[in-house]
Write a protein that binds this ligand. Structure first.
Ligand SMILES: [Fe+2]
Length: 148
């Protein structure tokens, strides 16, 4: 298993949900899609923050410091918006606007990861990637079970 591929699969999933949200016509449908997207994002971010980022940071040393700090700050913005959306009960115009801004932030972050950090991480991790992917997979199953 490849940890970078795992993260990229998550990215595609969230992108799909974002498109589904836009094309859904009822508020209840939008709510269902948004809730799934928020859950995906939280689990994905937790796995990166708990396991993937620390492993990459360790390998990258000082060279990767700025790149990792920026990724963490982008996650911070995502968390703020996810928490605000979770606190909102119904899909109002405000909810839709906030969800759209969240997705714009996620898209920017995904682009940076996929163009820059993930290719670098793949090289840095080398043979250690398989073991890391296994830990990520286990943690993901745990987290998914927790939120259900
Ligand atoms: Fe990320």
């Amino acid at each position: 298993m490849d940890p970078v591929q795992m993260l990229m699969d998550d990215h595609r999933k969230v992108e799909q949900l974002s498109e589904q949200f836009e094309s859904a016509d009822s508020a209840s449908e939008k709510k269902k899609i948004a809730q799934e997207a928020l859950q995906e994002l939280e689990v994905h971010a937790a796995i990166e923050e708990e396991i993937f980022y620390p492993a990459v940071r360790k390998k990258a040393g000082d060279d990767g410091k700025d790149m990792m700090l920026e990724a963490e700050e982008e996650h911070h913005v995502v968390h703020v918006l996810v928490d605000e959306l979770k606190a909102m009960r119904s899909v109002t115009d405000r909810y839709e606007a906030k969800f759209t801004v969240l997705m714009e932030n996620v898209k920017h972050h995904v682009k940076e990861e996929e163009m820059d950090m993930l290719p670098k991480a793949r090289t840095l991790l080398g043979d250690d990637g398989a073991e890391l992917a296994e830990r990520m997979q286990k943690r993901k199953q745990q987290l998914m079970a927790d939120v259900k």
